[in-house]
Design a binder for this molecule. Structure first.
Ligand code: NDP
Length: 453
């Protein structure tokens, strides 16, 4: 088998050769947990790697729905229930045309480690569909969500599997999904997180991923006696994570000079201030428009459309102190990584899941950047989802300050956990290894406690 350094990775590539993102996510974990396996031979004896890389359950289903023009459309739905050793499956739903089983498996696999790091009792899962909400009417999105839930409802539940949002699944979609679940099951229960405040949502959940990434970045900087004040930041994406990340960077005195979507990016040398951010939120969340519209209102900014002939993304070529990729997987390639290093970026903190290709990660580590992988840095979203589940089960609603304080505390503790695990296994300052090792040890110990199931 080409290109596999490890027996498990060979096995996985052989079984599902087309699932490239899943191979990538597994390879990184297998590489970094090797010292743990070397120190504790019982893990190999109990085949923990073989077990943790095989989903407990994969659900794939047909989603037929009708467009406004009375045409029938058929999409494919997925839910990968990866690991329930430490709690019910938990992880978002992604609606995007690129979705396939390999992408959902990589996201579910990463989610297992991320959820373990939060210290909350949540296993890992992920789901979604190749449905594209872009350009669809609200009525079409509603009919799609209802058709999706018509199948998904039999596999999920507040103590079994609790989905949430991800790319293409925001408050609107969660509302339609929840409404259908309630109708089918005749129960009002915390089966989804990211709900609206009036019917079971948690304060700070919309903000949590973006805020959490910034709290994590602040912890990394604090470890070097530094802060985000007056730092210039490159941000990709302009969705949920990018918007609230920008808000928190502003709160802490930093400056965001780029935002993007899948069509292109804006560069605003003066910085995206609060007024401009509110305008971005209007464009993206209300008008469901494109980031290019930013320059209509702020002509000093420059819009650059995606150029498919380039083998790098010019967004990552601007001089800055920090970079926060918040769009999608593998959006920073080796050339982008090289550009970030050459342009003096000292911190890369991932809002998106696996946005950096392995060769660029190696560059960041080699050049001693402060580099945090998404599974640690963006865990604030699922952490507050866990708090939403706790509030739902108690039929309580905690105040904003309390949830924010808990989020800060969790991000601080994830940071410390990564540092401690890196120190303990001889890779100090390596947050990738630290996150993988700490997440892994907790989950596999729970698996061993529970026997061969
Ligand atoms: P949104 O759908 O709100 O926003 C996604 C943003 O990324 C949009 O600007 C979108 O542009 C852009 N984007 C999506 N796909 C691509 C692509 N293939 N190429 C370029 N740009 C793209 O999603 P979120 O903000 O919720 O999610 C962003 C990332 O953060 C994802 O990796 C997600 O898995 C991760 N994440 C999200 C969490 C959450 O709580 N929401 C929690 C943890 C991680 P366009 O509008 O053109 O599609």
């Amino acid at each position: 088998m080409e290109n596999c350094k490890n027996e498990i990775v060979c096995l996985i590539k052989g079984k599902d050769p087309e699932q490239r993102e899943f191979h990538q996510a597994v390879e990184e974990v297998v590489d970094t947990v090797k010292p743990v396996l070397d120190r504790s031979p019982e893990y190999r004896k109990h085949a923990v790697l073989e077990r943790i890389t095989e989903p407990e359950r994969v659900i794939m289903f047909r989603v037929p729905w009708m467009g406004d023009d009375a045409q029938v459309h058929v999409n494919r739905g997925f839910r990968v229930e990866m690991n329930s050793a430490i709690g019910p499956y938990k992880g978002g739903l992604r609606f995007h045309p690129s979705v396939n089983l390999g992408i959902i498996k990589f996201l579910a696999f990463e989610q297992v480690f991320k959820n373990s790091l939060t210290t909350l009792a949540m296993g890992g899962g992920k789901g979604g569909s190749d449905f594209d909400p872009k350009g669809k009417s609200d009525a079409e999105v509603m009919r799609f969500c209802q058709a999706f839930m018509a199948e998904l409802h039999r596999h999920i539940g507040p103590n079994t599997d609790v989905p949430a949002g991800d790319i293409g699944v925001g408050a609107r979609e969660i509302g339609f999904l929840f409404g259908m679940y309630k109708k089918l099951r005749n129960e009002f229960t915390g089966v989804l997180t990211g709900k609206s405040l009036d019917w079971g949502g948690s304060l700070i959940r919309p903000e949590a991923t973006g805020y959490g990434v910034v709290y994590f970045a602040s912890e990394m900087l604090a470890s070097k006696g530094d802060t985000l004040k007056e730092k210039t930041c490159l941000v990709s994406g302009s969705g949920n994570v990018a918007q609230f990340l920008t808000e928190k960077v502003l709160d802490l005195g930093g400056k965001v000079i780029t935002l993007s979507d899948s069509s292109g990016y804006i560069y605003d040398e003066e910085g995206v201030d609060r007024g401009k951010l509110a305008h971005v939120q209007h464009i993206k969340n209300i008008r469901r428009g494109r980031i290019s519209e930013y320059v209509d209102e702020y002509p000093n900014a420059v819009y650059t459309p995606v150029d498919p002939t380039l083998d790098y993304n010019p967004l990552w070529g601007h001089n800055a102190d920090c970079a926060f990729p918040c769009a999608t997987q593998n959006e920073i390639n080796i050339q982008d990584g090289q550009n970030l290093v050459s342009n003096g970026v000292g911190l890369v903190c991932e809002g998106a899941n696996m946005p950096t290709v392995p060769g660029a990660v190696d560059l960041f580590i080699e050049h001693r950047l402060l580099y945090a992988p998404g599974k640690a840095a963006n865990a604030g979203g699922v952490a507050v989802s866990g708090l939403e589940m706790a509030q739902n089960s108690m039929r309580l609603s905690w105040p904003r300050e309390e949830v924010d304080e808990r989020l800060k505390h969790i991000m601080k503790s994830i940071h410390q956990t990564c540092v401690d695990a890196g120190d303990m296994y001889g890779v100090p300052g390596n947050y990738v290894a630290g996150a993988n090792i700490a997440g892994f040890v907790k989950v596999v110990n729970a698996m061993l406690d529970q026997g061969l199931v």
